[in-house]
Design a protein around this ligand. Structure first.
Ligand SMILES: [Zn+2]
Ligand SMILES: [Zn+2]
Length: 373
């Protein structure tokens, strides 16, 4: 198709979607909800961190200054997680599960679920959760594929770590580790404020969309602090960002199952925000579809998407599909529900919440659309 015709077509699509939104608008109202439990489901929203280190691998400042005493104990990471009110934590030391034999791992001082995990990999990294044995490290694409198989054979999940970090990219030309089949999740937000730049998270989100979502491959977007240094826990570290999971309970199986289903959003460690992103495809007002799930939809029948937000006044919510940002709305109340109805022309829809118009506060997993003709 000639370039000009292609552009002409997308201009028409853009203009028609503007008209559509202009007509229906965004509904806005003060709400009285105190919980964000999705309609008709039993469970809770649990928050945690999927990736951090201790001195069982390269955690601690002695990584840079070998004469310093070890200070990034399993205990330090668990204490920070408790201070941040996390419900679950994956400690993911490099290529080892030795931290799972640490007395503080076996007997944490208070109630928190710690899932046995490691960070696999040499030239690319992946976090592997809920395993009993370390995964063999082979530094080529076949090795990455083998790691996925070995993780699943143990009932675990595996996630691409910092996929767009320059030296550890899953997308390097000629290597293309991302082409492995069966990867469960991808870090779309790695590290706190500085990590945002180091890990190139904007690029990670673009990879997620381009290579997975736009190709109809479901892979769950997660967050990871990749905390290494105890001193950094004062301003960031464990829980920066936070991964929030809807699960039927706080056990290893239930949290991993919630992640597997994509009932997940990622939020900044410092934000008080909480949310739920759901859809009602059949117009009965029940909002039976939760983020991570799929709707069988006819492109001619509108779907009602709903975002319920708590403690989000002054922030901005954006609706995004493979066409880019479809709509944006300022959140004017502390607790608020935003609705948008649209004919599902795209194959996925997700929400981003921003502060000051551009600092990311939260990213949801998509609601997927399968065309029904
Ligand atoms: Zn790593
Ligand atoms: Zn790491």
């Amino acid at each position: 198709m000639p370039l000009i015709r292609r552009h002409g077509l997308s201009l028409v699509l853009f203009a028609s979607s503007l008209l559509f939104f202009g007509y229906l608008g965004w509904e806005r109202k003060e709400t009285g909800f105190s919980e964000l439990i999705p309609n008709g489901r039993s469970g809770e929203w649990y928050q945690g961190d999927t990736h951090c280190h201790t001195d069982h691998s390269d955690g601690g400042l002695q990584r840079f200054f070998p004469l310093l005493p070890a200070d990034m104990m399993v205990k330090s990471q668990i204490r920070t997680a408790l201070r941040r009110k996390l419900d679950f934590l994956m400690i993911t030391d490099h290529r080892t599960l030795s931290h799972t034999y640490d007395p503080d791992f076996v007997r944490p001082e208070r109630e928190i679920l710690i899932i046995p995990s490691e960070e696999w990999g040499i030239d690319v990294h992946a976090t592997v959760w809920g395993i009993q044995d370390e995964i063999e490290n082979v530094a080529n694409v076949e090795g990455s594929q083998w790691a996925v198989q070995l993780a699943h054979a143990q009932g675990g999940l595996i996630a691409m770590a910092h996929p767009a970090r320059r030296r550890k990219s899953w997308f390097l030309r000629g290597k293309e580790h991302y082409k492995v089949e069966g990867m469960d999740a991808i870090e779309i937000w790695s590290g706190g404020w500085f990590g945002h730049f180091l890990s190139n998270n904007a690029e990670a989100v673009r990879f997620w969309e381009r290579e997975f979502l736009n190709k109809g491959k479901k892979i769950v977007g997660i967050g990871a602090s990749d905390s290494h240094v105890a001193q950094a826990n004062v301003v960031g570290g464990v829980g920066y960002p936070t991964t929030v999971v809807f699960a039927s309970g706080l056990t290893q199986g239930e949290i991993l199952d919630g992640i597997r289903k994509g009932h997940v959003y990622v939020k900044s460690g410092r934000t008080p925000l909480a949310l739920s992103f759901e859809a009602d495809a059949d117009g009965d007002g029940r909002y039976e579809t939760l983020m991570g799930e799929e709707i069988q939809a006819s492109p001619s029948i509108p779907i009602d998407f709903r975002i319920r937000l708590r403690r989000a006044r002054g922030m901005k919510a954006r609706l995004i599909s493979q066409k880019g940002v479809l709509a944006a709305e300022k959140i004017t109340h502390r607790d608020q529900i935003l609705h948008f109805r649209l004919k599902p022309a795209d194959s996925w829809y997700r929400i981003e919440v921003l502060r000051f118009g551009r600092i990311t506060e939260a990213l949801t997993n998509p609601i997927y659309i399968r065309r029904q003709n």
